[in-house]
Design a protein around this ligand. Sequence first.
Ligand code: HSE
Length: 414
Amino acid sequence: MVQVAVMGHGVVGSGVVEVLMKHAQSIAKRAKEEICVKKILDLREFPDSPYADRFTKSFDDILSDPEIRVVAEVMGGLHPAYEYTKQLMEAGKSVVTSNKELVAQKGAELLAIAQKMNVNYLFEASVGGGIPIIRPISQCLAANDVQEIAGILNGTTNFILTKMIHEQMPFSEALALAQKLGYAERNPAADIEGQDACRKICILASLAFGRHVYPSQVHTEGITQITLADVDYAESWGGVIKLIGEVKMQESGKVQMIVCPMFVSRESQLATVDDVFNGIMVRGDATGDVVFYGKGAGKLPTASAVVADIIDCVKHFKARKYLFWEDGDPNYVEDYLDNSVSMYVRAAVGDHADAEEAIHRVFGKVDFLTRRDAGSEELAFVTLSMPERVIDEKLEELKKSGVTVAGKIRVGDF
Ligand code: HSE
């Protein structure tokens, strides 16, 4: 029998205990060992829990218990999760986690400790909830040179955008519903401002290309500026708006990375990824595009990935799983303003004909978009692809002709 501990009894933590108990027999068969939850760490009281006797408020009860060999860290946040994870691995225990913030900030360091201590640090649940994506990138696609990853990586924002697009539900109502369903972060700003998606694309980029990318290196925009007018224009263009995390390897050995809302063509497989689902496209040189799809948030999908990692640890006490990346480099991510992109622009204008003439003069060819109920002082267009810095310069120049930007959204090319 293998004793494990679970740190955190929130949405994911309670799901981990539930899955371990409910599927105890089949898990024992797969792990070739019975897995027993010995301790659950949480500062709150759970007197009505059927496992009330296993709760502790003391981290030391787990750290100093030699019987506990695997710990699920599902507390979230950087501190004290970082310190606890380090201490546990230094004490010879394997750690599994759903904590994307910690992996995105400290992954290189924690993986190095795991390697040194010959234990495992696994984090399948940190990206894509219940979707297998960490193992596929590190193992199944290992024969490929990954060229690009683009994904809908945040369930909460995808849920909100879906409600806005299909039900015209106001933003705040959709967010409240996502919180009620257990999708959102404790502080939902991390969802709607794009940081959660940023952490996840950092983890995928680090894994795929072997060098740590820190969230602070990635230009990140959320969905708070998206209006129903933008949603309508996206439809008339032939697509939908999705919050996308993207990384592309360049010939220079540096990466282009960004997290932002994008126009996604109806032809793209990511366009039909709705509600709390995530979709992740991995472009490999041998495989071409491979797309992963499933529930990206929620109690049981995420718990399923955490428990799978626990099983993997139990099966690999002797032979360590190889998961590793080098530390980062401040020059590794290119300035996003140098990326070539096609841009949708919604602008406030005076006279339509004058504005159209000015836009053509400054940008050359553009595609004008239309929508029902557009006021006479509104114009929307999509530019050709050019460096974003150039687009910004041209938009600045347009101001002199009375064309001012009310919103802009990059156009995805996948
Ligand atoms: N808040 C996250 C999301 C949870 O909505 O995707 C899963 O990481």
